[in-house]
Structures are given as structure tokens and as C-alpha cells.
Design a binder for this molecule. Structure first.
Ligand code: E4P
Length: 217
């Protein structure tokens, strides 16, 4: 499973990229706003921190506007992935951009039929939003399972990018459901490695090791 980090905070991205475990980055207009940075500048900086895809989202609502913005964003770096909304214009732009060789991420997916349409449009990634469905009392993970079944039924190679992840269990359940990628907020990504028994076990080993008076090397 690939891990993307869902942020436009370059310090957080740099720290995670340094581990060698980061496969890409996703941003959206809200995350750009939160960063307080210019979209062109911050996206360029992020693209320099990872070789993986960096999703940058268009803000136009119509096909022509999306295509114009996509051309500007694609100029930033080779690893920019154009993020498009799940609307008919967004899918039309997705089809044109993937046919032209660009990576695309169709975002704001809340139903299996929307995901089917994105695959038909040739999307590189489809982003089902788990947390926002859970917020409404709908099981977001069922959507991941349904999309996995549909894509496997027809051999679509659009990658399922589990998005709007809020918890460590969202990551685990997405992996079990067969999502190809999870895009994860930095704090949740760091929490994936944590377990109280690991900390407790390590403390005990270190205490015993100190008693031996030995050192390695
Ligand atoms: C994904 O690409 C989105 O940027 C993100 O996962 C949305 O998450 P949120 O619902 O926590 O805003």
C-alpha cells in the first residue's frame, strides 16, 4: 500500500519524506489556505521533496477553465498530479488530461457510481472520502469495498486512493479492503507506528541492557 501525506505543510512533508516511507502528497484548496502559502510556490517546493505524485487541485468549475489551470499546474514539475472534482466537466477534463499523458486524481467521490465514471474517464487515482461519509453516519469503508469490487470486475487500473482519513483504523480497514493508496494527515501517519506495548517492551529491554554494562561496537 502506498502512503501519501495529506497536507501542504512543507516541514511536515520534509520530515516524512526523510523516512523514505512517503510515496506522494495530496493537497486541496483548504490545505493551501491553511498553509498560508502561494499555490504555485508551495506546490513547487513540495514537488522537490518527493518523487511521487503531488496532487494539485484546479479551482475552475468549467471544462475550459479546468484545462487552462491544469496546464499552469502541470508546468510546475513532472510529478504534479492534476486533481479534478467529480463533476461532468471534471471527468471530461480528466479524460483529456490522462489522454495527454498527465496523472489525474478525481476527488470528492462519495459513491461507487461516481468512482465507476472516474475509471471510465481514465483517472490515475479516485479519491473516496471516508471520514466525511462517516461524519454523516454512512460507513465510508463500504464505499472502498464496493469500488474495489467494481474495479476488479472490469479490470480498471484506476488506483483507489482512500481519502478523508481520520484514524489509524481507517488506514488498517482501507488496507484490508484493498485500497491502493491512503492519503493521511501527518499526525495520523506518524501514529501508525505507535503501540504502547512497543514502548513498554523497549523500556524494559533498555533497562536490562543498562544492567549488563555492555555497548555494541
Ligand atoms: C484528499 O485528497 C483530501 O484532500 C482530504 O483527504 C480531505 O480530507 P478531510 O475530509 O479531512 O478534509
Amino acid at each position: 500500500m502506498k502512503f501519501f501525506v495529506d497536507t501542504a505543510d512543507v516541514d511536515e512533508i520534509r520530515e516524512l519524506a526523510d523516512t523514505g516511507l512517503l510515496d506522494g502528497v495530496t493537497t486541496n484548496p483548504s490545505l493551501i489556505m491553511k498553509s498560508g502559502r502561494d499555490i504555485m510556490e508551495v506546490t513547487k517546493e513540495i514537488c522537490g521533496l518527493t518523487d511521487g505524485p503531488v496532487s494539485a487541485e484546479v479551482t475552475a468549475m468549467d471544462y475550459d477553465g479546468m484545462m487552462k489551470e491544469a496546464a499552469v499546474l502541470a508546468e510546475i514539475a513532472d510529478n504534479v498530479c492534476i486533481k479534478l472534482p467529480l463533476t461532468m466537466d471534471g471527468l471530461k477534463a480528466c479524460k483529456a488530461l490522462t489522454s495527454a499523458g498527465h496523472q489525474t486524481n478525481v476527488t470528492l467521490c462519495f459513491s461507487a457510481t461516481q468512482a465507476l465514471m472516474a475509471a471510465k474517464a481514465g483517472a490515475t487515482f479516485i479519491s473516496p472520502f471516508i471520514g466525511r461519509l462517516d461524519d454523516m453516519g454512512i460507513d465510508g469503508m463500504e464505499l472502498i469495498e464496493d469500488i474495489r469490487t467494481i474495479y476488479d470486475n472490469y479490470g480498471y487500473d484506476t488506483q483507489i486512493l482512500a481519502a478523508s482519513i481520520r484514524t489509524v483504523n481507517h488506514v488498517k480497514d482501507s488496507a484490508i479492503a484493498g485500497a491502493d493508496v491512503a492519503t493521511i494527515p501527518p499526525s495520523t501517519l506518524k501514529a501508525l507506528v505507535k503501540h504502547p506495548l512497543t514502548d513498554k517492551g523497549l523500556d524494559a529491554f533498555m533497562a536490562d541492557w543498562a544492567k549488563t554494562g555492555q555497548s555494541i561496537g
